[in-house]
Design a protein around this ligand. Structure first.
Ligand SMILES: [Fe+2]
Ligand SMILES: [Fe+2]
Length: 375
């Protein structure tokens, strides 16, 4: 992460430099700076030279995506330090064997998947920011908001964080949304999809051990691992909708290509984690009463809850006059970025963040939502 922070700092310094150059108001200064930036990308990648600019709207879409990816990276990093694989690709933590073992109840490869998901998010924000800079546009930078505390559990590094995994309220209705053959939130905005784990939507729960005191009793640390198991797909299904929703307003084909190439990796994350969540053992946390139900039994069970249904159930799309189809949903583009900010805020992911942070995120979202396809 140190290296990441240094890269982000370098980006910020470079941006200031660019702004100064732009403020000087001479095209040749600007062109020179942009050409200087080219070496980052190598000689063979002339198509990314930054000599073609992108629209304000396209920059705003990518900048919002980059900010969302920085936030994703921040919490995936926290998961990796405690429950993933520690290596050069995702450095920072030393691992927590008790937490890792309980995550592995959901899947023996859980630590590998956490690691790889974290690595993906790092590359998402680095690519998006580098692309913005290659076009002379400001990247997303949330460094000043890295103020939230780390978990005190063994394995976590003690640094400032952007996100809070210790007081989550999870909307697990995606579980029934993707199993519904009758309703699509884009066609039925007021339809309430039932929660898979109603308890997670009715309180605040840690998805990582807050300290070593959380490592027992057995059903408590398993409940924390189960919470992580549901948090991961809850987040990734958001990315799964965000990218196709934003792509509909991209102007340049290259920006469209970026959005439709990153978006499906979020879908790969979502489906992987949706499968793992289905393996979370039924239990009641003895410390707070949080219940993880057996989703294959009454009053759950049936197609809406059955745990091995991890492909999207075909549902109505665009019009009920058309046949049902297996799709990502929702993909309604209007207000998508603001929707994502409020979704993450209600989840408790930003508990403890400053007013300035929320104002900054609202501004990035408003700019992205104002983007229009200019063709
Ligand atoms: Fe991502
Ligand atoms: Fe993701």
């Amino acid at each position: 992460m140190k290296e990441l922070h240094e890269k982000a700092k370098h980006g910020a310094a470079r941006r200031r430099f660019l702004r100064t150059g732009l403020a000087a108001g001479t095209a040749s200064v600007t062109a020179g700076l942009l050409t200087g930036g080219l070496q980052l990308f190598g000689e063979d990648e002339g198509r990314h030279r930054g000599d073609e600019s992108i629209t304000r709207g396209d920059a705003a879409l990518l900048r919002f995506a980059a900010a969302a990816e920085i936030l994703e990276t921040d919490f995936w990093q926290q998961y990796n330090e405690l429950g993933g694989i520690q290596d050069d690709e995702v450095p920072g933590g030393t691992g927590n064997s008790v937490y890792t073992t309980h995550l592995q109840v959901l899947d023996g490869d859980f630590d590998q998947y956490i690691h790889d998901n974290t690595d993906d998010e790092i590359t998402h924000f680095q690519f998006l920011n580098a692309y913005l800079e290659s076009k002379g546009a400001a990247p997303a930078n949330l460094e000043e908001f890295r103020t939230l505390p780390s978990s005190k559990a063994s394995g976590a590094q003690q640094i400032g964080r952007l996100t809070n995994l210790m007081r989550l309220t999870l909307d697990t209705s995606w579980w029934t949304r993707y199993r519904s053959s009758a309703n699509n939130p884009d066609l039925d905005p007021t339809f309430v999809f039932p929660q898979a784990v109603p308890g997670l939507f009715a309180g605040q729960f840690p998805a990582i051990p807050r300290s070593d005191a959380d490592l027992s009793p057995e059903d408590h640390i398993q409940a924390i691992a189960n919470t992580a198991g549901f948090h991961m797909p809850t987040i990734e299904q958001g990315g799964n909708s965000l990218y196709p929703a934003m792509a509909q307003r991209a102007t340049s084909v290259e920006v469209l290509r970026i959005l439709i190439s990153i978006g499906p990796t979020e879908t790969m994350h979502f489906q992987t984690w949706a499968d793992k969540a289905g393996n979370a053992p039924a239990l009641t946390d003895p410390t707070n009463g949080l219940v993880f139900p057996d989703l294959n039994s009454a009053p759950f069970g049936g197609e809406d809850f059955q745990t091995n249904l991890i492909m999207p159930e075909p549902c109505p799309f665009l019009s009920r006059k058309l046949p049902r189809v297996s799709i990502i949903r929702p993909t309604q583009t209007e207000g998508i970025a603001r929707g994502v900010v409020s979704f993450l805020t209600s989840m408790g992911l930003f508990i403890g963040q400053s007013k300035r942070f929320f104002a900054h995120m609202r501004e990035l979202a408003a700019d992205a939502d104002a983007a229009r396809r200019e063709i």
